[in-house]
Design a protein around this ligand. Structure first.
Ligand SMILES: C[S@@+](CC[C@H](N)C(=O)[O-])C[C@H]1O[C@@H](n2cnc3c(N)ncnc32)[C@H](O)[C@@H]1O
Length: 204
């Protein structure tokens, strides 16, 4: 299956109100990052950013070093269009997180509803390598996935569901689980979906 085509088709054919994962206010993500010391000087990469409002909120908080990565160029073009001039300082990267390479590091890695699509252990290993390389020492990662009682599929694709503990096991011993939140997200048409958000700190 061509995943890039899958996601580009969704973003080019559907409005935000038709996207189950759409949320107007990504407050838990921001709350967790702020609790971990986010400042306007921090650097953040949003993995699988889609058309999420996380970038808007980071810009409003005064951040200048923001990167939004997504497999779907259509999603990034939509997000850029929404932000207009405000989005000009954001680095927009159309790439597969399991293949993308970078030589720089970030203070924060944010991923809402992307890691849970990696059902192949090889893809998870590639993702985790990039997570580890992309975070500076004591960098933080917020990773939100469907919780154990969440949906088994999203957008027609299988997902793996996690508890904070099982996600922590997946990340391995070089990441400390700092805290977590459980959250019931309501799709734009009102269906509840159970998420967990975990905050990790990379060890020295
Ligand atoms: C369920 S949506 C979540 C979007 C956004 N994080 C949010 O909370 O609104 C999943 C996103 O991950 C992107 N995606 C899926 N697989 C990816 C991959 N391997 N690399 C990068 N992005 C990916 C999709 O294009 C889509 O935008």
């Amino acid at each position: 299956m061509d995943k890039q085509l899958h996601w580009n088709t969704i973003y080019s054919q559907k409005s935000e109100d038709d996207l189950s994962w759409h949320q107007d206010d990504p407050s838990i993500s921001l709350e967790l990052m702020k609790g971990a010391g986010l400042t306007p000087q921090s650097s953040v990469i949003d993995i699988g950013a889609g058309t999420s409002r996380v970038v808007d909120r980071l810009l409003a908080f005064g951040l200048r070093d923001i990167t939004a990565l997504d497999l779907s160029r259509s999603a990034l073009v939509k997000a850029q269009g929404r932000l207009g001039e405000r989005g000009e300082i954001v680095r927009w990267i159309a790439a597969d997180v399991t293949r993308w390479e970078t030589s720089r590091t970030f203070d924060f890695w944010h991923d809402r509803a992307v890691f849970h699509f990696l059902v192949d252990p090889v893809d998870r290993e590639s993702y985790l390598k990039r997570l580890s390389r992309s975070l500076g020492t004591e960098g933080h990662a917020v990773i939100a996935t469907f919780a154990l009682d969440g949906p088994e599929k999203c957008s027609g694709l299988d997902v793996r569901r996690y508890s904070p503990e099982s996600l922590s096991d997946e990340l391995g011993s070089s990441f400390d689980l700092v805290t977590h939140r459980f959250h019931i997200h309501h799709t734009p048409w009102g269906r509840p979906q159970s998420f967990q958000y975990s905050l990790f700190r990379k060890q020295e």
